[in-house]
Design a protein around this ligand. Structure first.
Ligand SMILES: [Zn+2]
Length: 279
């Protein structure tokens, strides 16, 4: 891929991107995250770091160009605690649409959006990818870091059901693997109080040991603030280790490479390349 084999597009010259396309490559990866509270023990950029590192490692191994991480996302609930920044969902849809349109304009035919901010970003990202796919015929996909290797989490976790949530066993482990200097395990405490019946576990979708939600009833920011108090995490981060984080990271990278191969194998006929400055 040129320039010391970095997968990052922003570390390459425009001519290297041209050569990448001219030599038969037509795929790009776009990591998307969120700037939001992750409890007192983890950095606010965790979801962006997760997408960033997963996309980088998969892009490196599969020889796919990775565009710069979009650090911001849609995270209304986490506005409950200081420091979080949220886009409107339609802003996220619009930004990702414009990035994909720019890439198609230059001749890319395939884009995989890697979401590091479970659930919340998914609806706006899926709308962007679905609409653009209908308009252009390009092979566009969304991969969620928290979902793509969901089944593998069962082998990695040691907490009982409810241990995964937010800034939890898994996210804190992943943070310890990626950014150990940014995690303060002395400030990690468990929060797994769930007053609802077992079948009504709407906010535990990120825990594969707990059944999937049956209906969608988003909490208001005020309700969420009351639930998380002055902590911010749900699940149990006290059992996080860098080894669990590495195992999770490798499982996710492996699955993302599987999706890269799947999308590479799709027949694609891009019939329209709408530049953001044209409409
Ligand atoms: Zn997170």
């Amino acid at each position: 891929m040129g320039t010391a084999e970095t997968p990052w597009a922003h570390e390459k010259s425009w001519r290297e991107v041209r050569e990448y396309l001219d030599s038969g490559n037509d795929m790009a990866i776009l990591p998307v995250g969120s700037v939001e509270q992750h409890g007192p023990h983890m950095p606010m950029g965790h979801d962006a770091f997760a997408a960033h590192h997963v996309a980088r490692d998969a892009g490196q191994r599969a020889g796919v160009l990775v565009y710069p991480t979009l650090w911001y996302g849609w995270t209304n609930n986490h506005m409950a605690l200081t420091g979080t920044v949220t886009l409107r969902p339609e802003t996220l849809t619009a930004v990702v649409t414009d990035i994909m349109a720019s890439l198609l304009y230059h001749g890319f035919n395939r884009v995989i959006v890697v979401n590091g901010h479970r659930r919340a970003n998914l609806a706006p990202l899926e709308i962007a990818v679905n609409q653009m796919r209908q308009r252009t015929g390009a092979a566009l996909a969304v991969v969620d870091v928290g979902i793509i290797a969901f089944d593998r989490i069962a082998d990695i976790r040691t907490t009982p059901p409810g241990g995964q949530g937010h800034a939890c066993e898994l996210e804190a482990s992943h943070a310890l693997h990626m950014n150990p200097h940014l995690v303060d395990m002395e400030k990690a405490t468990p929060q797994s109080s769930n007053p609802e019946p077992e079948w009504m576990t709407g906010h535990h979708i990120s825990d594969p040991a707990v059944d999937a939600p049956r209906f969608f009833y988003p909490k208001t920011v005020e309700e969420y603030r009351a639930e998380i108090g002055d902590q911010g995490q749900s699940g149990d981060p006290t059992q996080a280790t860098p080894e669990k984080g590495r195992a999770f990271h490798e499982a996710v990278v492996e699955r993302l490479i599987g999706v890269i191969e799947y999308i590479k194998a799709r027949e694609v006929n891009v019939r329209h390349r709408p530049a953001p400055f044209e409409d």
